[in-house]
Design a protein around this ligand. Structure first.
Ligand code: NAD
Length: 251
C-alpha cells in the first residue's frame, strides 16, 4: 500500500541508527534518497550503495547541522541533483549528559546548535522548494525527553521539546502550501547513541520504565516515519507520533 516511487527524501544523519533504518525503509518503498553525514562518510556510502541495489536514486551529502551555510548547501545539493525535495526527515542529533550547575556554555550551545537550530536551518531552506512544488512533507525526530523531560539531560530535553512546538507551529503555517509537518518521538532505541546507557549495569532501571520491557529497534522508529511520509497519512499534520513501548505513560 505504501508506494513512494517518484518521490525524493532527505534524511539528515542517515549514515547510522534511526536515520539509516529510515533511509532503507523509504528506499524499500521506492523513494529516491539523500542522506547527510558529518564524519561517517564510509558508513554513508554503504547506505548509498545499499539504496541503489533497490533501483532507486541515492546520494550522500556532507553537512554539519550546526553550520547554517552548510545546511542550506545540503538542501540545494539535493534539489539540484534530484530536481525536487518531497520528504525532509530531520533526524540528525546528539544526546549528551550535563548537570545543570556544571553545564558549560559550550555544551549548551552545541546542543542548541545541532538539535534545534540545525532543524530550523534545514526546514527554512527546504520550504521555498516545497512551496514551489505545492507539496512537501517534513518529519522531525523529537524524543520522549521532549515531553516529560530527562534528568541530567535538560539541554537535550529542551531542544526536543522545542522540536514539538516547532512542529505544531509550522503545521498550520505551511498547510496552505500543501506541506505537512509531523513529528516522531522515540523512546529508548538501541543505537550507537544509547549503546553505553543500555549496556550499563543499571540498564534494568531504564527497561523497567518501559511497559513493553525493552528498547526499540531503529526499524520500529523508521516504520512510523514511513507512515508519516506516505499517502496513508495525508490528513495528518502537526501530530506527535510516540514510539516508545508505552514509556511516556510511566514518567
Ligand atoms: P545516532 O547517534 O546513531 O545517530 C545520530 C545521527 O546524527 C548520526 O548519523 C550523526 O552523524 C548525526 N549527527 C550528529 N551530529 C550532527 C551534526 N552536527 N550535523 C549533522 N548530523 C549530525 O543516534 P540515533 O539514536 O539514531 O538518533 C537519531 C535521532 O533520534 C536523534 O535526533 C536522536 O535525538 C533521536 N532519538 C534517539 C533516541 C534513542 O534512544 N536512540 C531516543 C529519542 C530520540
Amino acid at each position: 500500500m505504501i508506494n513512494l516511487r517518484g518521490k525524493t527524501a532527505l534524511i539528515t544523519g542517515g549514515s547510522r541508527g534511526i536515520g539509516r533504518a529510515t533511509a532503507i525503509m523509504l528506499v524499500q518503498a521506492g523513494c529516491d534518497v539523500a542522506i547527510s553525514f558529518v564524519t561517517h562518510e564510509e558508513a554513508a556510502r554503504e547506505v548509498e550503495q545499499t539504496a541503489r541495489q533497490y533501483g532507486v536514486k541515492a546520494m550522500i551529502v556532507p553537512a554539519d547541522l550546526a553550520d547554517r551555510r552548510k545546511t542550506e548547501q545540503m538542501i540545494e545539493a539535493v534539489v539540484r541533483q534530484f530536481g525536487r525535495l518531497d520528504i525532509l526527515v530531520n533526524n540528525g542529533g546528539i544526546w549528551k549528559k550535563a548537570a545543570i550547575d556544571t553545564m558549560s556554555e559550550q555544551q549548551l550551545q552545541e546542543m542548541i546548535d545541532i538539535n534545534l537550530k540545525g532543524v530550523f536551518y534545514a526546514i527554512s531552506a527546504a520550504v521555498p522548494h516545497m512551496k514551489k512544488q505545492r507539496s512537501g512533507n517534513i518529519i522531525n525526530i523529537s524524543s520522549t525527553a521532549g515531553q516529560r523531560g530527562e534528568a541530567f539531560h535538560s539541554h537535550y530535553a529542551a531542544t526536543k521539546g522545542a522540536i514539538i512546538s516547532l512542529t505544531k507551529s509550522l503545521a498550520p503555517e505551511l498547510a496552505r502550501h500543501n506541506i505537512r509537518v509531523n513529528c516522531v518521538a522515540p523512546g529508548w532505541v538501541a543505537t550507537d547513541m544509547t549503546f553505553e546507557a543500555l549496556a550499563a549495569p543499571d540498564a534494568d532501571k531504564i527497561l523497567s520504565l518501559i511497559p513493553l520491557g525493552r528498547a526499540g529497534t531503529p526499524e520500529e522508529i523508521a516504520g512510523a516515519v514511513l507512515f508519516l511520509a506516505s499517502d496513508l497519512s495525508t490528513f495528518i499534520t502537526g501530530e506527535i507520533l510516540n514510539v516508545n513501548g508505552g514509556a511516556v505513560l510511566c514518567g
